[in-house]
Design a protein around this ligand. Structure first.
Ligand SMILES: [Zn+2]
Length: 579
């Protein structure tokens, strides 16, 4: 790998201009927390970095606005006016004139599948990062090229499909995918992760016919004549697990792919201003390897399940264990229902206009959910469930209330991933439990083409950031990448406008201010992982994670927020991205 070179560039070592922020490597987590003012500062200790002449939105209520700050040992050590902070610079201090650009705390994404391996190595049939329409013909063409490299009987897989981003204006069917191959099982995965589209060969290999009944928690979709369309939802997809061949890799190859994937996606995060990301699982060894070689550009809150969660419970490892770069967070999302974007989430009312009436998929029983929540809660680990629809959120809150009664724990902050459709009662129960929702951010812009399936009435209660903030709930941002693009500025634009790429506006009653949207994406993200004393605002003593923006989201037109250039992303005082 040629990563040494990119590492040097990223650390700023090749930046010779006077404005180059940082030629100083990360000094380690023991880098001191320096007192906040010059008067208290030990004699002879110069800050590593002084940033001045900026429009700094600190997200710190004590001093919401500033012009300048100083950084030492990877942390902010003083925040204030240009005049006061410039005076702190010594001979060895690097200085950066922000030239009136806007500076905000680094962005935090509280729900991200962080799958760089797919981005690097798989067939992408849609655009992971931006709104882009594609043709069904282009999907067939890409997959056909892949099929030609694989022996018959081996899966041909496409990723990042979005059913409402097709120029053809009709759904992908198994007949389309039969054009890819009749010898290979073919699947196109919806980027939302809850629905998949199969060709006839795959359905045959899994012995699914038009007469196969739908299992609990999933469907084999059929057309008006009762024939299989190829679309399969949620748990019905389990029948494909043991079918067909998949490409195999040696342990070394697999480890290499995982490392490459983490390094790749970390670069993408930095490009969009993210400094902390809550990872849904992924390869923990790869994350540590990439960190050790200096290519990890974001802080990881690692969320896990299955065997690793069992090991945490049996060995007493709790949320919060780790360091400022890689730390165990909540569990990964324990799934209670289906998907918002793919219209399988569990609703208390039928989906508008659906025949036969359909209320979405519940993917667990209350008893199983109760037992899982209580076990995790008792182990001192932050509980986290995926609950989209009001039915699923109600089930999860019921399990939490029960667990909390059985084993009261102060400030447990149970996490609700998505928490998409709420009502007054649910919000009141969330507040009483101190629950922290990680809600879709970019959907309001990116997925506006899916909101007609719900209608204005439901959308007034969906992605309900206004309601959450008004109730005093620390709502945080969770892109759910790959389902949603992860650009924080795209998310902020959507939260502020509630208007999508197609110009339509949904649930305008849930709009928040630019400042509130920034807080959701920064300080509230830190709060969601019990890290608000260490990050989330530009405050002396906190980790020096910040983003320099070319324009001020408070003053550009609201529909241009997503286009603001990220000039620089900085983690612990080190530059991780530079435009
Ligand atoms: Zn997810």
């Amino acid at each position: 790998m040629s990563d040494r070179r990119s590492r040097r560039e990223f650390m700023g070592l090749t930046t010779t201009g006077a404005a180059g922020i940082l030629a100083r490597p990360w000094l380690g987590d023991s880098g001191g927390i320096f007192p906040p003012t010059a008067a208290q500062r030990p004699q002879g200790v110069d800050p590593d970095l002084v940033v001045f002449n900026g429009k700094v939105y600190t997200m710190d209520d004590a001093t919401p606005r500033a012009e300048a700050f100083a950084v030492s040992g990877g942390r902010f050590v003083a925040v204030g006016s240009t005049a006061a902070i410039k005076g702190l610079a010594g001979n060895r201090t690097q200085t950066f004139d922000a030239k009136q650009m806007t500076i905000v705390p680094g962005f935090t994404d509280c729900h991200n599948h962080a799958d760089g391996t797919t981005l690097l190595y798989e067939v992408l049939v849609g655009n992971p990062f931006e709104v882009e329409f594609v043709t069904i013909a282009s999907i067939i063409e890409k997959l056909r090229a892949k099929a030609q490299q694989l022996p018959p009987g081996t899966w041909v897989e496409g990723y990042f499909h979005d059913d409402t981003k097709l120029k053809d204006k009709r759904p992908l069917t198994r007949h389309d995918l039969d054009k890819v191959s009749t010898e290979h099982p073919v699947v196109v995965e919806h980027r939302g992760g809850h629905t998949s589209f199969y060709n006839t060969k795959a359905l045959e290999m899994a012995k699914v016919t038009k007469d196969t009944p739908n299992p609990p928690g999933g469907t084999f979709d059929r057309d008006e004549s009762g024939n299989l369309t190829g679309r399969v939802t949620d748990l019905a997809r389990d029948v494909f697990d043991g079918v067909g061949q998949r490409p195999s890799f040696t342990p070394e190859q697999r480890a290499q792919r995982e490392r490459d994937g983490i390094a790749h996606i970390s670069k993408q995060f930095a490009r969009y201003g993210l400094t902390s990301v809550h990872h849904e699982g992924g390869d923990l060894a790869a994350i540590q390897d990439v960190r050790a070689r200096g290519d990890l550009r974001h802080r990881v809150s690692y969320e896990t399940s299955g065997r690793m969660l069992d090991a945490m419970i049996s060995n007493g490892i709790r949320s919060g264990f780790g360091d400022d770069w890689v730390r165990f967070g909540a569990t990964s999302e324990h799934v209670v229902d289906g998907s918002f974007s793919e219209r399988t989430m569990a609703l208390s009312v039928p989906y508008p206009g659906r025949q036969p009436p359909y209320k979405g998929n519940v993917t667990t029983t209350q008893d199983d959910l109760d037992a899982w929540v209580e076990r995790v809660h008792r182990a001192g680990i932050q509980v986290n469930c995926h609950a989209n629809g009001d039915v699923a959120i109600d089930m999860y809150l019921t399990a939490l209330e029960r667990a909390n009664k059985a084993a009261p724990r102060a400030d447990a902050r149970p996490k609700i991933t998505h928490c998409t459709l709420v009502n007054e009662t649910l919000v009141r129960r969330m507040k009483a439990l101190g629950a922290v929702p990680a809600m879709f951010t970019t959907y309001t812009y990116y997925n506006t083409d899916k909101f007609p399936f719900y209608g204005q009435d439901l959308m007034k209660r969906a992605l309900a950031f206004r309601t959450m903030l008004d109730a005093g709930i620390h709502a945080a941002a969770g892109s759910d990448f790959s389902p949603g693009p992860f650009a924080p500025l795209m998310g902020i634009q959507g939260m502020v406008t509630r208007t999508g790429w197609d110009g339509t506006t949904w649930g305008a009653n849930q709009r928040v201010s630019v400042d509130e949207a920034l807080r959701i994406n920064t300080l509230n993200g830190a709060y969601a992982a019990h890290e608000e004393s260490a990050k989330g605002s530009i405050t002396a003593g906190k980790l020096a994670d910040f983003v320099v923006l070319a324009d001020d989201p408070h003053t550009v037109p609201n529909d241009k927020i997503k286009d603001i250039q990220i000039v620089r992303t900085v983690v612990g005082g080190s530059t991780t991205y530079q435009a």
